[in-house]
Design a protein around this ligand. Structure first.
Ligand code: PGA
Length: 254
């Protein structure tokens, strides 16, 4: 059983007291959790260690939103995979569309970051997804294939055994416009199929998350699809009740 992963991508939001309160509320609301569901929060870098300490011994995991592809050295402002591991991260988001679009991260850089994460023992969450123009030009599968194969070529399929993939259509992120469960399922099935061509064992075990305007009221429909194994949640991860409603939708999809 793949189970569900419900991951909160806080992006560049929050500050000390707000983050602590949000984390405590998630912990209280989630309690012992549900067997088939894991929760994950990905706060901004400066808060990782402190929030990680709050999470210790709980069923909520800690992740970062980005990492450097380099191991160490003269890279001012960058943070390495080993540093993230050192402050208690288990996961790291790699290749989010905001970084691809705004920070110019190419698929080759994303592949290097994916490899760097694995090298330090972190579990990468590889984001893939098409823009609206690409979807309208019927390029969705081509775009996703390119994003996936850049990483597959760099690391090989075995490296995917501890990874997670997040399908995030760019047109659905922060727009309130969600992919329908069927639209998402079609792409998830395609992604699993691409992996299957390399290894059916890894493809069957791979958790493929959907991201893009997931809320408490649409999560259940998405999670009911056979190839949707959880969500990468932006806006709705910033309020404990909203995030917990999505977690509850995953728990009742068991
Ligand atoms: P959203 O963001 O839930 O606010 O659409 C998702 C993401 O960017 O990971």
């Amino acid at each position: 059983m793949r189970g569900y992963l419900v991951a909160g991508n806080w992006k560049m939001n929050g500050y000390g007291a707000v983050n602590t309160k949000l984390t405590r509320s998630i912990l209280e609301g989630w309690g012992a959790g549900a067997t088939q569901v894991r929760l994950l929060i990905c706060p901004p870098y400066p808060y990782l260690r402190e929030l990680g300490q709050l999470l210790e011994g709980s069923s909520v995991a800690l992740g970062a939103q980005n990492l450097s592809q380099h191991a160490s050295g003269a890279y001012t402002g960058e943070v390495s995979a080993a540093m993230l591991k050192d402050v208690g991260c288990e996961f790291v988001i790699v290749g989010h569309s905001e970084r691809r679009a705004m920070m110019g991260e190419t698929s080759a850089v994303v592949a290097d970051k994916f490899a760097a994460a694995l090298g330090a023992g972190l579990r990468p969450i590889l984001c893939v997804g098409e823009t609206l123009a690409e979807r309208e030009a019927k390029q969705t599968e081509t775009v996703i294939d390119e994003q996936l194969s850049a990483v597959l070529k760099r690391t090989g399929v075995d490296a995917f055994s501890t990874a997670v993939i997040a399908y995030e259509p760019v047109w659905a992120i922060g727009t309130g416009r969600t992919a329908s469960p069927q639209q998402a399922q079609d792409v998830h099935l395609h992604i699993r199929g691409r992996l299957k061509a390399h290894s059916s064992r890894i493809a069957e075990r791979m958790q493929i998350l959907y991201g893009g305007s997931v809320k408490g009221d649409n999560a259940g429909g998405l999670f009911a699809e056979p190839d949707i194994d959880g969500g990468l949640i932006g806006g709705a991860s910033l309020k404990a009740d909203d995030f917990l409603a999505i977690a509850a939708a995953a728990a009742s999809s068991d």
